[in-house]
Design a protein around this ligand. Structure first.
Ligand code: ATR
Length: 280
């Protein structure tokens, strides 16, 4: 009998996860299907318990459910998801146990590693202090990066830096206002944009321009709509190395696939599928 997997969110119609996971199941000859379900936060617990009762293979959670999930009694979060304060992957255990993970930070880490970035000891500036910044900064701090969070609302950057420092992870974390970005970039190895600047329909905006960047910098924009954001164009013009946000989407999905199935997913095919869907 076909095993059903899914993603819960609201809105969910434009999710790329069904195409990505169905391509992987099909390539591996697995009798599985992945479907998108529109679920509101107030119905999340019922939906997860229902999915467990019906024997679903596993779930992803997306906006606006990731933080809500962590507060549910039915989910046992792993330590990283608990620190991040959000769950994006649910694994159903044999004995009815429902486990919550967060693979977003790992997705970002693998996207950087794919571009040959050494994370331990590198100076990383994370622009933005929302949910995505939180997942990424917690993961990279745990991997020994020296992190500065810069945000338009400086207080949020300082708050996030404090949270990460309190978790006593190996890296050093500081919070700053966005006005300090230009100066900070002079002595930075990696810039990661997690703000909505550059995202459709605001495609002409960017957190930095070519003159703020330099050739020894790697610029990673987690925005993938459009595929080449204004920031990535500016980075190319400055001679910096660029990393596309599509890779984070693919690697977080690949990690969820491993957690559900224990099987190594076809990452290149998943990437190709997502790129085709975005270009369609
Ligand atoms: P997510 O959870 O997806 O990361 P979020 O919590 O809405 O999203 O965070 C969006 C981030 O983009 C925030 O860091 C926000 O800055 P503020 O905390 O000051 O709101 C940042 N952001 C959004 N629009 C921006 C703009 N025009 N200029 C600079 N930063 C912006």
């Amino acid at each position: 009998m076909k095993r059903v997997f899914g993603v819960f969110g609201d809105p969910i119609a434009h999710s790329l996860s069904p195409a990505m996971h169905n391509a992987a199941f099909s390539a591996l000859g697995m009798d599985c299907i992945y479907h998108a379900f529109r679920v509101k936060p107030e119905k999340l617990e019922k939906a997860i318990l229902g999915a467990e009762a019906m024997g679903l293979g596993g779930l992803n959670l997306t906006v606006p459910l990731k933080e809500t999930a962590l507060k549910l009694d039915c989910i046992k979060p792993d330590p990283l998801a608990e620190r991040i304060g959000a769950v994006n992957t649910i694994v159903f255990g044999e004995n009815g146990e429902i486990k919550g993970y967060n693979t977003d930070g790992l997705g970002a880490k693998q996207a950087l590693q794919n571009a040959a970035v050494e994370i331990k000891g590198s100076k990383i500036v994370v622009a933005g202090a929302g949910g995505a910044a939180r997942a990424i900064a917690f993961q990279l701090a745990a991997d020994g990066a020296e992190i500065t969070i810069v945000n338009r609302t400086e207080g949020r950057a300082i708050e996030l830096a404090k949270d990460i420092s309190a978790a006593a992870l190996s890296g050093d974390v500081t919070g700053r206002g966005l006005s300090e970005l230009k100066d900070l970039l002079q002595d930075t190895d990696v810039l990661i944009n997690t703000t909505t600047l550059g995202m459709h329909p605001n495609i002409d905006t960017a957190i930095a321009t070519a003159e703020d960047l330099h050739p020894s910098l790697t610029v990673f924009d987690i925005v993938y709509n459009p595929l080449e954001t204004r920031l990535l164009k500016e980075a190319k013009a400055s001679g910096a190395k660029t990393v596309s946000g599509v890779l984070m989407l693919v690697y977080q999905g690949a990690e969820a696939f491993r957690l559900w199935t224990g099987i190594e997913p076809p990452v290149e095919l998943m990437k190709k599928t997502v790129l085709e869907a975005l270009q369609a």
